[in-house]
Write a protein that binds this ligand. Structure first.
Ligand SMILES: *[C@@H]1O[C@H](CO)[C@@H](O)[C@H](O)[C@H]1NC(C)=O
Ligand SMILES: *[C@@H]1O[C@H](CO)[C@@H](O)[C@H](O)[C@H]1NC(C)=O
Ligand SMILES: *[C@@H]1O[C@H](CO)[C@@H](O)[C@H](O)[C@H]1NC(C)=O
Ligand SMILES: *[C@@H]1O[C@H](CO)[C@@H](O)[C@H](O)[C@H]1NC(C)=O
Ligand SMILES: *[C@@H]1O[C@H](CO)[C@@H](O)[C@H](O)[C@H]1NC(C)=O
Length: 478
């Protein structure tokens, strides 16, 4: 009898766990899109997929409230722009912690575990702007957490880009921190070590491939199809392992070889570059998730890795300074639907495929396109550049998902703008060259998207704004 009860309990436990998700797997949830999905639906999707960790880039109240009571472990973020203030003033840090952390730590609140102080603040392209402020801001935030009585549970850390370290020889064992920031990093490492806080690093095999034309393509993936890098007795078969171990060697050299490491971001984009497409992204994720499922870690540290995928959704307003692929990092499209089948458990069972966001509301089924009788397309150039500057045209071009003719290009741009403007009829004029159509304007693999109802806009506000606009146009007419 007792045994039967035990078995039933065991069975129900096994069945309750949604997926045998690769242990420690988290996701980055960014918010640089023109339209956002309702945070509650997103959190439900995380639960449906058995995802128990999420990393944010700020601490927006709507998102935090949706996460409350979910049990999901959260890393909240502080944008780089705030570092100087937090470094200068302990009071600011106290206030930040109070409003963005302590407020949510009640029973049934948000399971906050980390505060990410800044985001890749030592990136070389920032020209050192945040190098001096990162450490004092980190120190102030951790002190404020400690004083609020939360320091035991909530740890402050800094997500770093992988170019804070390098290897003179390409061998991981030659890894060391970049000279220009070495003393700053060591200060931070000491603090992290004293607080038993992990070092967070973002690792992008895609960027290795993107940045160097002679990078062996297969080394970016996990199938072992390229010449391994030999390092003492170790053979590295992929750049992910090699990169992690370069960091471990760099940490060892400055006396922190035992510090825990979290991979704060890793992923593969699906558009905006010749190597950014669904096929290669799937190949990358399949290999990565399979690797994570083994819990073997990397050659220098054979233990389970804590990893956050980047990211959940395509974000059509991210800066494209690093490249057009920046807006296509989602494992989901802009509307919360999976781009390709993905087995997060990494066990290849095929029955636990990534589930999309439920209950997504779209705008009307209509598109804005170039009128077919417009012959002289040179007149559309200013319109197209305006439309694209206000929306996202990074899918256009040879080798991307939208390799269209000139006419198609113009229509794509018009529609992107029209949708970004929530299908406002005034956003489909373009000097009389554009028309709204009810027939799906998509061409082959090139999606002419219908935007979603923006959860970021409060309905009563938009009605009010609409009325205001109608009144304004009425007065202008008079
Ligand atoms: C966090 O706290 C600060 C107060 O220091 C506040 O201004 C800010 O709006 C809060 N929320 C976010 C998302 O930063
Ligand atoms: C860094 O310097 C370069 C070259 O001087 C400049 O183009 C770029 O805008 C600077 N970036 C920042 C973030 O200051
Ligand atoms: C197209 O329009 C441009 C600008 O208005 C004009 O300079 C050009 O001559 C036109 N081309 C044709 C073929 O009509
Ligand atoms: C369409 O637009 C893309 C992106 O601007 C460009 O690379 C491509 O050459 C254009 N195609 C044609 C046929 O003009
Ligand atoms: C339009 O067609 C594309 C395929 O070309 C399809 O993926 C998309 O779902 C369609 N959109 C709507 C709203 O039916």
């Amino acid at each position: 009898m007792a045994r039967a009860v035990f078995l039933v309990c065991l069975l129900s436990i096994v069945m309750l766990v949604p997926t045998s998700l690769a242990q420690g797997l988290g996701v980055n949830w960014g918010s640089m899109g023109s339209h956002s999905l309702p945070p509650k639906n997103v959190v439900q999707m995380l639960k449906d997929n058995g995802i128990k960790k999420v990393k944010l880039f700020d601490a927006e109240p709507d998102t935090m409230e949706a996460l409350a009571g979910s049990g999901i472990q959260v890393m909240v973020g502080i944008p780089n722009e705030k570092l100087a203030k937090l470094a200068d003033s302990y009071k600011e840090a106290q206030e930040w912690v109070k409003q963005n952390v302590t407020k949510y730590l009640h029973d049934g609140g948000v399971n906050i575990r980390y505060v990410a102080v800044g985001n890749e603040p030592y990136l070389t392209s920032y020209n050192g702007t945040y190098v001096k402020t990162t450490y004092p801001a980190l120190k102030n935030i951790q002190k404020a957490l400690d004083e609020a009585g939360s320091g035991g549970k909530v740890k402050a850390t800094v997500p770093f880009n992988a170019d804070v370290y390098e290897s003179s020889s390409n061998k991981p064992s030659d890894g060391r921190f970049r000279n220009d920031i070495k003393s700053n990093i060591v200060e931070i490492l000491r603090l992290l070590n004293d607080n038993k806080t992990p070092f967070v690093v973002n690792i992008y095999p895609f960027l290795s491939l993107y940045q160097s034309s002679d990078f062996p393509e297969e080394f970016a993936f996990f199938e072992g199809g390229s010449e391994p890098v030999k390092d003492n007795n170790i053979e590295y078969k992929n750049v992910f392992d090699a990169n992690c171990d370069t960091l471990i060697s760099a940490l060892k050299k400055v006396g922190f070889g035992n510090l825990d490491i979290i991979i704060g971001e890793v992923g593969w984009p699906t558009d905006g570059d010749k190597n950014a497409n669904g096929q290669l992204a799937k190949k990358f994720y399949d290999g990565l998730l399979k690797k994570l499922a083994t819990e073997d870690g990397t050659p220098l540290r054979k233990k389970k890795l804590e990893v956050y995928l980047f990211g959940l959704f395509d974000e059509n307003q991210k800066s494209i300074a690093p490249g057009d692929f920046e807006r296509h990092w989602g494992i989901f499209r802009y509307d919360g639907q999976p781009k390709f089948p993905m087995d997060l458990s990494g066990k290849g069972q095929g029955n636990n495929l990534l589930k999309g966001v439920q209950g997504v509301q779209y705008l009307d089924q209509q598109w804005c396109v170039l009128k077919s009788d417009v012959r002289n397309l040179s007149n559309t150039h200013p319109e197209v550049s305006y439309a694209c500057s206000m929306s996202d045209c990074t899918s256009l071009g040879v080798g991307r998902s939208c390799d269209l003719d000139q006419h198609g290009n113009v229509s794509y741009a018009f529609n992107a703008f029209f949708q970004t403007k929530d299908q406002d009829v005034r956003a489909c004029d373009f000097n009389g060259m554009a028309a709204i159509v009810k027939q799906n304007a998509s061409r082959g693999d090139c999606l002419f998207a219908i935007q979603i109802l923006n959860a970021g806009v409060r309905p009563e506000l938009s009605i009010f704004a609409g009325l205001f606009l109608i009144l304004m146009s009425f007065f202008t007419l008079m």
